[in-house]
Design a protein around this ligand. Structure first.
Ligand SMILES: Cc1cc2nc3c(=O)[nH]c(=O)nc-3n(C[C@H](O)[C@H](O)[C@H](O)COP(=O)(O)O)c2cc1C
Length: 206
């Protein structure tokens, strides 16, 4: 059987390397290996990301503020699919991830005329217990703004740290598995339509 490699960039928002997000990265890595995906985990904690200065000079040309944003954008552009993995802080996304969204969206994706269009996107939200779906919706709006394709796969992968580690959140693990499967399926539909599953067609003819 021919294996179609999907290149996935995972944007990891956590401020630390030993938290729940790192557990989830290990789960993702196993699933990517099983599917033959190639992966690039971009840990925002390792990156220098300035705040948006809102000078609006980036309306028609990329932002001139010097930091790691160009290399992060290059990683995103290189990928077929992007998984956004913010963590919950103060009922919203953590500030590093928020700074990243503002800088990449306003400073680069807008003047570059939405270069991520048609890439496959998914979201995993990590937190202790409160506010995950609000952040999920926030990220989804940014994905739609950038004309990407959301790999809808059933219930959203929301990890609740109050349950323990990633392995203890069985429902979130199931949702991650379905997300990875669906990213593969959507990639096949767009890039290799002849090899895509025919599930929807079959349902219509039943
Ligand atoms: C400043 C701060 C604010 C937080 N606010 C929330 C919150 O609003 N909702 C929530 O579910 N968890 C909240 N948490 C808990 C973290 O989301 C949780 O510890 C999560 O596991 C962090 O991801 P990490 O373990 O990958 O670093 C907060 C943690 C910190 C440090």
């Amino acid at each position: 059987m021919e294996v179609v490699t999907v290149k996935v960039c995972v944007l990891v928002g956590s401020s630390r390397k030993n938290g729940l997000s790192s557990n989830i990265c290990a789960v993702l890595q196993d699933q990517f290996n099983a599917k033959g995906f190639s992966s690039n985990f971009v840990h925002l904690a390792d990156k220098h990301i300035e705040y948006c200065d809102a000078d609006n000079h980036c309306q028609f040309a990329p932002c001139k503020v010097a930091d790691d944003m160009p290399s992060i954008l290059a990683d995103m552009q290189e990928a077929d699919g992007i998984i956004y993995m913010p963590v919950m802080h103060a009922f919203g996304t953590n500030s590093k991830f928020q700074a990243f969204l503002e800088r990449v969206g306003y400073g680069y994706l807008r003047p570059l005329d939405r270069p991520l269009a048609d890439k496959i996107a998914a979201i995993i939200v990590v937190g202790r217990r409160y506010g995950h779906t609000a952040v999920y919706s926030q990220i989804m709006l940014n994905i739609m703004l950038n004309k990407m394709i959301m790999a809808g796969s059933g219930f959203p992968p929301l990890f609740f740290g109050m349950l323990g580690g990633a392995a203890d959140d069985v429902e979130a693990l199931e949702a991650v598995g379905q997300t990875v499967e669906r990213m593969h399926d959507v990639h096949m539909r767009f890039c290799n339509p002849d090899k895509a599953k025919t599930r929807f067609q079959t349902q219509l003819t039943l």
